[in-house]
Design a binder for this molecule. Sequence first.
Ligand SMILES: Nc1ncnc2c1ncn2[C@@H]1O[C@H](COP(=O)(O)OP(=O)(O)O)[C@@H](O)[C@H]1O
Ligand SMILES: [Mg+2]
Length: 252
Amino acid sequence: MLSVSDLTKVFGGFTAVSNIAFEVKEGEILGLIGPNGSGKSTTFNLISGALAPTRGSIRFGGEDIAGLPANRIAHRGIARTFQIPRPFRRLSILDNVALAAFYGHAEHPAREKAYAYAREVLKLVNLPSDPAARVDGLGAAGLKKLELARALATGPKLLLADESLGGLDESEMNQAADMLAAIRKERGITIIWVEHIMGVLMRVVDRCIVLDYGEVIAEGRPDEVAHDPKVIEVYLGTDAADVQKTVADRAT
Ligand SMILES: Nc1ncnc2c1ncn2[C@@H]1O[C@H](COP(=O)(O)OP(=O)(O)O)[C@@H](O)[C@H]1O
Ligand SMILES: [Mg+2]
């Protein structure tokens, strides 16, 4: 579905993403992990068109989308969530999602249809679609759900979830992970999930790519990656045993 090769982004003299290559198969949940500053969000910015690559190709469904403007990439079926949610705070939850449904499709749906779509998506993420429900009332977990709803409302084939579960408690994190698994299962949406809290991500993903200083340092199934000496050295450190246990529990 997605094929990235030789992808590079240089900011001034600093290379944030360096020659990365990976593929995503239709229906897969791929985890994109790595320490803070390793280039995960920049990779999402390049795929979604928020930034143009310095070099490299990004093929989506066989066509090169590298450097296309973000709206055109969205219309082709790639949606992304942002690490820091920035909804329209004066609008209702429902209006926020309906706007995404309206502008996120190449053929703008009729108003009624955009609202119907928004209600459906809000149900999926467990948020109220009552027009009186305000964004102000949402906590960190609610804002993450709204971010997800806005992305889903555009009707994506591929979802780039920049989750950052930071700020959520243990049960909220697990709920967020279960929600992504359900979106893949019920909607058939392919997902790339960026997250630096590995224990949670490793429960759900089929495969992981590990970035460090803008380069891919490992790729494989969760059990392979969790035992990879390089990944343990640069990233897992003293958490390695916990993450390995999570992966082993999942297999049984
Ligand atoms: N617009 C930008 N201009 C300059 N440097 C940037 C920009 N965006 C990201 N960076 C730098 O690129 C590196 C990778 O950032 P990022 O992709 O946000 O990392 P991650 O999401 O893995 O934490 C960091 O060193 C960051 O400071
Ligand atoms: Mg980031």
